[in-house]
Design a protein around this ligand. Structure first.
Ligand SMILES: [Zn+2]
Length: 141
């Protein structure tokens, strides 16, 4: 049985350029060009059923759009890239936090808070040591 000639037909973003042989099941395959410029061989059945409407760029574009939304969005006046640069926290960690907490630095894991606490602990330790030295000094005097 001869496959129907699909050359010139469009399916979603795909335009059929030419027949490209048959697959193992002797189903016609077609060389298609996507609107994005990608040329790909696609089984005629998937074209006719409508299961394949693009080369795969639709998915890529969606992911890219999501990535851009993240990259352009400001959190406390900074983009995630700027936060990453300032804090040293990897960009991927920040995007993961945004997905989970809708903020790259939720209060309970903010590095600024950690730094502040560490500073306080350090100054307290310093005071204690000074106090201890003073006490020691008094004792030996
Ligand atoms: Zn495409």
């Amino acid at each position: 049985m001869r496959a129907i000639d699909l050359s010139g037909c469009t399916f979603g973003r795909l335009t059929v350029l030419a027949r490209d042989g048959s697959d193992a099941k002797r189903q016609a395959k077609w060389l298609c060009q996507c609107q994005c410029g990608t040329i790909k061989t696609i089984a005629g059945a998937s074209l006719k059923k409508g299961t394949t409407k693009a080369c795969g760029c639709l998915h890529v574009e969606r992911t890219r759009a999501m990535g851009l939304a993240n990259a352009d969005k400001l959190y406390d006046g900074l983009t995630l890239h700027e936060h990453s640069k300032r804090s040293g926290v990897p960009y991927s960690t920040l995007t993961a936090r945004v997905r989970k907490h809708s903020h790259p630095f939720p209060a309970h894991i903010a590095p600024e808070a950690h730094a502040e606490q560490a500073k306080q602990r350090e100054s307290m330790r310093g005071q204690n040591i000074d106090g201890f030295r003073a006490w020691l000094g008094k004792g030996t005097q």
